[in-house]
Design a protein around this ligand. Structure first.
Ligand SMILES: [Zn+2]
Length: 253
């Protein structure tokens, strides 16, 4: 039996060493029958399947069996392509980044370990370790993880925002290049936070808030997302890619 041994560190209380069994196989996913509809992400009328806006894999087994709030939109094959791998990577990073809690522990001991045991598990683990930086201020052999350094993590965040924008019937379709996402670096202003619509997809999995601005010349909506009660991201949806680039340029000075 092959096994992978490493320390789960990041800024958590104590590093945990985990042995991962690489022999176990993951469960097969259920495919839904495709149907013709407007894709919730690209807007084209195509053959679509059900897409979970908040990846189903972020829910611990006790949740996926209960009637948790599922946010589902229709999405075409092109928009769904490759997202299962992004979802697995996103979940892995989120379960590693930050203090542990019961939801994360349940995911970690079940789904995440099983995913690491699949044939791509070793590559996935290496992808995540590439994001870890030594944190000698916390202690020897301790690491921090920086989700903002990882384009795949931010792509997952942008996709969730695009799907939520469709789900809440704000602006649609939203292309990936219209969205600016980042880890939350500063607290949001109190008055902005109070003005936002606050929702959740199970509060211990994802809490989020949005403000619909709908400015055709600039910002369409502003977003705040917090996963597992600890890892927060912000997002801005612009009316066009050009507008987003203009803002990015001005921020760079
Ligand atoms: Zn599409």
């Amino acid at each position: 039996m092959r096994s992978l041994l490493y320390a789960r560190s990041a800024p958590i209380q104590s590093a945990i060493t985990i042995t991962i069994d690489l022999d176990r196989k993951g469960k097969a996913t259920v495919a839904h029958k495709p149907e013709w509809a407007d894709c919730g992400l690209c807007g084209e009328h195509r053959l679509t399947t059900r897409e979970h806006v908040v990846p189903k894999s972020l829910y611990a087994p006790t949740r996926s069996n209960s009637r948790f709030q599922r946010i589902i939109i229709a999405a075409c094959k092109d928009c769904n392509n490759g997202s299962a791998d992004d979802d697995a990577h996103f979940r892995f990073v989120l379960t590693l980044a930050g203090d542990t809690n019961s939801t994360v522990d349940e995911l970690w001991s079940g789904k995440v370990r099983r995913a690491l045991a699949e044939k791509d598990g070793r590559r996935r683990a290496l992808d995540v370790f590439a994001l870890m930086r030594p944190a000698p201020d916390v202690g020897p052999d301790r690491h921090r993880i920086y989700p903002a350094d990882d384009p795949r993590v931010l792509r997952s965040v942008r996709k969730i925002i695009r799907g939520l924008s469709r789900h809440h019937r704000l602006n649609y379709p939203i292309r990936d290049d219209q969205v600016l996402a980042d880890v939350q670096r500063l607290p949001l202003a109190d008055d902005l936070f109070a003005a936002m619509e606050h929702r959740s997809a199970e509060p211990d999995v994802l809490e989020y808030a949005y403000l619909h601005l709908d400015d055709p010349e600039g910002l369409l909506s502003q977003w705040w997302l917090r996963f597992f009660k600890r890892t927060s991201f912000t997002g801005l949806v612009y009316a066009s890619e050009a507008k987003r680039q203009e803002v990015v340029r001005s921020m760079a000075g």
